[in-house]
Design a protein around this ligand. Structure first.
Ligand code: CS2
Ligand code: MN
Length: 356
């Protein structure tokens, strides 16, 4: 595995490449052209400039998170083929720039959904949290307003103000779309992009839906082992793979994470590792420190499963807690993600050595 950290670019991130570089065990970053709208073309020059900036700081560009998929593609609206065409050209430019891993998601309207961005834990750290009761009590339009004040002045992926201003229209766009239609639209998209992925050896890594069930009545498909196996089978190409995000699949306690990892051998192209702590009931949880004992998951068993399947792709500590008075994008401060990376590298080193 290659330990990385997500970086939003010098314009948006509070964390610098220099800081990431000094996190000794992190050798690469996962980044994006954060200002691009879904459907917009990424030119080769823009990609090369992004790559140069990362490499000049002594780091590798290990992959992209995300090249976002437009709502037209997800809903099969008239602009779908135009947007797919531009997605293919973007992939071609990424391939020419020698970039071989692209994370994306197929979630309608919202990217991940949380009801609080700064829930206080007993030690005074703050974390992102989800409560089904809070979702049930609010309308989607109100949802954005209620969390907007907790973003610490940052723009959170999938929650851009311009996008949230159109939330009502977006819901209308998805009104006739159920799980089956979404699967069919995903298939259409994947079939169209596989030739360019084959040509440039680009691994597509779909990010799971978070949480792993329908929110506000929207369809959600990338939520379980059964559904991912279906997705991989419907376009059976090794470049059609997944981002294994423990914090997203793990929202459903029915998902056995180490077992899922083993079932996806060869098709996990990227891993997001974080821990969750469940409170009263299944659908109420908060994000915890990466350490197993701080949450619900057995992080050793997760790393062990990745080791056993021969996972050699990029991995990153996903969201961290906000600690030590850091002010940053919720989930994406430096301190706790660096602690998480150290812990995960420690687990990995011991697993490797025990197996030598
Ligand atoms: C990320 C997602 O912060 C997060 O939860 O894992 O936003 C992820 O980047 C996207 O869903 C991938 O397109
Ligand atoms: Mn994730």
């Amino acid at each position: 595995m290659q330990m990385t950290m997500r970086w939003y670019g010098s314009k948006h991130d509070t964390v610098t490449l220099k800081q990431i570089r000094q996190t000794a065990y992190v050798k690469g970053v996962i980044t994006t052209l954060y200002d691009k709208m879904p459907g917009e073309l990424w030119t080769l020059d823009e990609i090369l400039a992004m790559k140069r900036e990362v490499e000049d700081a002594g780091l590798a560009l290990a992959g992209i998170e995300s090249v976002n998929v437009s709502d037209a593609i997800k809903t099969a609206s008239p602009e779908r083929d135009r947007d797919i065409d531009s997605y293919i050209k973007t992939l071609e430019n990424l391939g020419k720039a020698d970039i071989h891993m692209v994370c994306y998601n197929f979630m309608p309207v919202f990217d991940w959904t949380r009801t609080e961005l700064a829930r206080m834990r007993p030690d005074g750290s703050t974390v992102l949290a989800y409560s089904q009761a809070a979702v049930d009590a609010i309308s989607p339009e109100k949802m954005f307003d209620s969390i907007a004040g907790e973003m610490n002045g940052t723009v959170m992926p999938g929650w851009e103000p311009e996008r949230m201003a159109k939330v009502k229209e977006l819901f209308e766009l998805y009104s006739g779309i159920d799980d089956e239609t979404l699967f069919a639209n995903l298939k259409y998209f994947l079939e169209a992009i596989m030739p360019v992925c084959d040509k440039y050896d680009i691994n597509m890594a779909i990010h799971p839906d978070d949480p792993a069930w329908s929110v506000f009545g929207l369809p959600r498909i990338i939520i379980s082992k059964e559904n991912i196996l279906r997705m991989m089978k419907m376009v059976d190409n090794p470049h059609n793979g997944v981002t294994f995000c423990t914090g997203s699949y793990g929202t459903s306690l029915r998902n056995n994470l180490p077992e899922m990892i083993r079932a996806l051998k060869g098709r996990i192209h990227f891993a997001h590792i974080r821990n969750l702590k469940f409170n009263d009931g299944e659908r109420d949880f908060e994000e915890a420190a990466h350490l197993s004992s701080d949450g619900t998951f057995d992080m050793h068993a997760i790393m062990r499963a990745l080791y056993d399947i021969g996972f050699d792709g990029p991995i990153r500590p996903d969201h961290g807690r906000m600690i030590w008075d850091e002010v940053a994008m919720p989930g994406y401060g430096l301190y706790d993600r660096a602690l998480g990376a150290a812990y995960l590298c420690g687990l990995w080193e011991s697993i490797v050595k025990e197996n030598q």
